[in-house]
Design a protein around this ligand. Structure first.
Ligand SMILES: *Cc1c(COP(=O)(O)O)cnc(C)c1O
Length: 422
């Protein structure tokens, strides 16, 4: 693959238009992708069907923390493809035990419940803490409650969107399961007040990714920990996006908050960008409530997923990518600082992860993404005016600088266009 410098192009070409027409006619319209159709990639670079190179600053919503086509991940996947790919959990496989042991060690807990997607990890976590609530905490049957945060994003299943506060995610999909109490994110007093005798757990994202990379106020995660400990309930950290390197730590709860959750939900990067791999990780005192037949998944813990997941664990344990996330994160925030007041209102960041609020007078986050795409940088908007940056942790300094420079150019174009409009 040629790594040409990204450059401005006139608009979607014929091959792109062909693929877009197929999607328009035959794919559900539950996404509105940017006008780019990708065909291959390596590291932080992807190439579209017209042969144009882009810097990927979304990284599959952090599923591609190690970049596209990481050689170690690919080698493990290729080797495993030729040996054994699926056994179901009706039988054992020789990859699952080592994967569980290594992931448990990385996270510092006893046991791993392997699943596939992030939403499944969340659903499994909810089932786990409810069962723990009945069997260990002694909550009366069907009374268990779980406290969650406003502006959460935990996935797209019915129970999960049922406690979303985003009308787009919820509306039209009810009725929803009962048993969730929503409190403002970052407000420890509200969280404490919501914990009642039937509460079994608090479920939060230590950093809210989809909400726009919302980092909690200092001390908040420690307050959540203290509130859960005092009430004798479980702290569940959804680290599907914040975990596995994005913040410069294996776990944001520990790395940023300095505290330990009882249950960790992992996904996205756990599959190395190759296949969906997720997991619930907890100590035996919690995970032990699940007995044979009570929960499962046809694909969860399959040998291909476990083989790739073991390499992910190895890459994280080695440590250099975590340091890279911190170093590049400093560069990212330094570069973004220069755009504040020049089309950027403010931005939030942690590790190699930023949510950039665009001046709504200039246009929407989507406008910024479309213009950046035309200049060879792929980013994604969220909630109207925010642009999220989460490049692969393997991105070069040059590409990172280029990406922010392109954002600056786009914003200055938009400022020029606005002044022309008058
Ligand atoms: C993406 C995400 C999920 C859902 O993961 P899927 O693999 O899309 O089901 C859950 N929680 C958080 C915090 C996420 O970012």
């Amino acid at each position: 693959m040629t790594l040409t410098t990204p450059h401005q192009h006139a608009g979607p070409g014929e091959a792109t238009a062909h693929h877009e027409a197929l999607l328009a006619a035959h794919s559900a319209h539950n996404y509105a992708p940017l006008p780019v159709v990708l065909s291959h990639g390596s590291g932080a670079r992807v190439v579209d069907v017209e042969g144009r190179s882009y810097i990927d600053c979304l990284a599959g919503y952090s599923a591609l923390n190690f970049g596209h086509a990481h050689p170690d991940l690919l080698a493990a996947a290729h080797a495993q493809l030729d040996r054994l790919t699926l056994t179901s959990r009706a039988f054992g496989n020789d990859r699952l035990g080592p994967f569980c042991a290594e992931l448990a060690a990385l996270v510092g807990k006893d046991m791993v419940l392997p699943m596939n997607t992030g939403a499944e990890a969340v659903e499994s976590g909810l089932k786990l803490v409810r069962k723990w609530g009945y069997e260990v905490r002694g909550v009366a049957r069907d009374r268990a409650r779980i406290v969650v945060a406003a502006a959460n994003f935990h996935g797209r299943t019915i129970s999960i969107v049922g406690f979303s506060t985003d009308p787009e995610a919820r509306n039209g999909f009810g009725p929803f399961p009962d048993g969730f109490d929503v409190v403002p994110h970052g407000d420890a007093a509200a969280l404490r007040a919501a914990i009642g005798p039937d509460t079994v757990a608090v479920l939060i994202e230590p950093v809210q990714g989809e909400a726009g990379v919302v980092v909690p106020p200092p001390g908040y995660l420690a307050e959540v920990r203290a509130a859960c400990t005092e009430a004798g309930i479980l702290f569940v950290a959804d680290e599907v996006q914040s975990g596995l390197g994005r913040t410069g730590h294996v776990l944001a709860t520990r790395g940023l908050g300095g505290v330990d959750a009882d249950v960790y939900l992992l996904g996205k990067a756990l599959g190395g960008g190759i296949l969906p791999v997720s997991a619930v990780v907890a100590d035996e005192a919690v995970m032990g409530v699940l007995k044979p037949g009570q929960h499962g998944s046809t694909f969860g813990g399959n040998p291909l997923a476990a083989a790739v997941g073991r390499v992910v664990i190895g890459l994280l344990a080695e440590g250099s990518l975590l340091r890279q996330a911190v170093t590049l994160g400093h560069l990212l925030s330094t570069e973004l600082d220069l755009l504040v007041g020049r089309g950027v209102v403010t931005f939030r960041h942690t590790g190699l992860w930023a949510g950039v609020d665009i001046d709504p007078e200039l246009g929407s986050g989507r406008d910024v993404c479309e213009r950046m795409c035309a200049r060879g940088v792929l980013v994604k908007d969220t909630h109207g005016a925010t642009v999220r940056l989460s490049p692969p942790l393997v991105i070069s300094e040059d590409d990172l600088r280029t990406a922010v420079r392109v954002m600056g150019e786009v914003l200055s174009d938009m400022r020029r266009d606005r002044s022309r409009r008058g």
